[in-house]
Design a protein around this ligand. Structure first.
Ligand SMILES: C[S@@+](CC[C@H](N)C(=O)[O-])C[C@H]1O[C@@H](n2cnc3c(N)ncnc32)[C@H](O)[C@@H]1O
Length: 301
């Protein structure tokens, strides 16, 4: 990857306030370390840490330095970059991502999906052709499982159409949780009680286990949305939910991610963004479509 980031210049002077963080046992991350790390992590993942994220980043870095037994940031950074199999990079990514999500988040888009989008998409498919829906990023699975639930509960045509739901995320730990399908009560708060009762089994420890059929209806894969090689494996997607991801990227990564997603979509396919994200500032490739429940973006036919 060789992005040319449209981001703030990487100088220690841009950090406010300039400082070094020292933890309880004397490890420290200087301003210069922080900037080098930020640049590296950005190139690898597309995630850009604003200066205000310094504390968040430092805490997690210091934890990884301790857990790997490194003597200093310098040792750790060498280990991170030159470790053959990239396991530490994955552990670090897992520590740095923000995985906040819940069932039926921004439900109006699921309503739009069953009222307007699926009928249109289906009308352009040949008999027996699979409709492919992609939750990218899917975090711990609440989004793709909500899609599956919505289809089963609210889309009468589900019996006549073959639908594939894919959930992808860069965070391997959160994907393991998604596959497991065990949730805390608060993840279910937006779900009507009838759906909670139908699709979840309360566990002795207070968690809720998702129904096996639902669990098996989603295919989870690890993926970095800014990596062209990894993205090239995906194609013929009909509907993308790309919600609350682009807010963590800078402009250049947003454009890159959206261009790669565009390539993976069929002509006429739709993409839904999070409520605070707008395609108009990122890419001119999509048509804006206004439906009764939501504004979504469409790849031209
Ligand atoms: C806040 S969650 C959003 C989950 C869900 N779409 C929602 O709206 O509830 C953001 C997710 O983006 C994932 N992520 C961050 N950078 C990524 C990248 N480069 N490629 C794929 N996923 C990424 C994180 O691991 C995290 O799980």
């Amino acid at each position: 990857m060789n992005p040319t980031p449209a981001i703030a210049p990487m100088t220690a002077a841009t950090l406010t306030p300039p400082r070094a963080v020292v933890d309880g046992i004397g490890l420290s991350i200087s301003d210069e370390d922080y900037l080098r790390f930020r640049e590296y992590f950005y190139r690898e993942t597309g995630i850009y840490f604003e200066n205000g994220k310094r504390y968040f980043v430092d805490r997690r870095l210091l934890e990884r330095i301790r857990l790997t037994g490194s003597d200093s940031f310098h040792d750790y950074f060498l280990f991170l970059r030159f470790q053959d199999r990239g396991e530490e990079m994955q552990a670090l990514v897992n520590a740095m991502t923000v995985n906040e999500t819940y069932f039926f988040r921004e439900e109006y888009q699921f309503r739009c999906m069953v009222r307007d989008l699926l009928g249109d998409l289906r009308s352009r498919r040949r008999e027996g052709e699979t409709l492919r829906i992609w939750s990218l990023p899917c975090s711990s699975g609440e989004e793709p499982y909500s899609i599956a639930m919505y289809l089963l509960e609210r889309w009468p045509a589900i019996d006549q159409v073959d639908v594939e739901i894919i959930g992808s995320d860069i965070d391997s730990r959160i994907l393991a949780q998604a596959r497991e399908g065990l949730y805390q009560k608060r993840a279910l708060m937006q779900l009507p009680t009838s759906l909670q009762q139908r699709w979840f089994k309360p566990q002795a420890d207070g968690q809720f286990r998702i129904d096996d059929g639902l669990r098996e209806s989603v295919r989870f894969t690890r993926l970095n949305v800014t990596d062209p090689l990894q993205m090239a494996a995906f194609h013929d997607i009909d509907l993308v939910f790309c919600r609350n991801l682009l807010i963590y990227f800078d402009e250049a990564s947003r454009r890159k991610a959206v261009d790669l997603i565009f390539e993976a979509m069929r002509p006429g396919a739709y993409i839904c963004l999070g409520h605070s994200e707008s395609m108009s500032r990122i890419s001119p490739l999509f048509k804006v479509r206004k439906f009764a429940d939501a504004i979504v973006y469409q790849k031209p036919l």
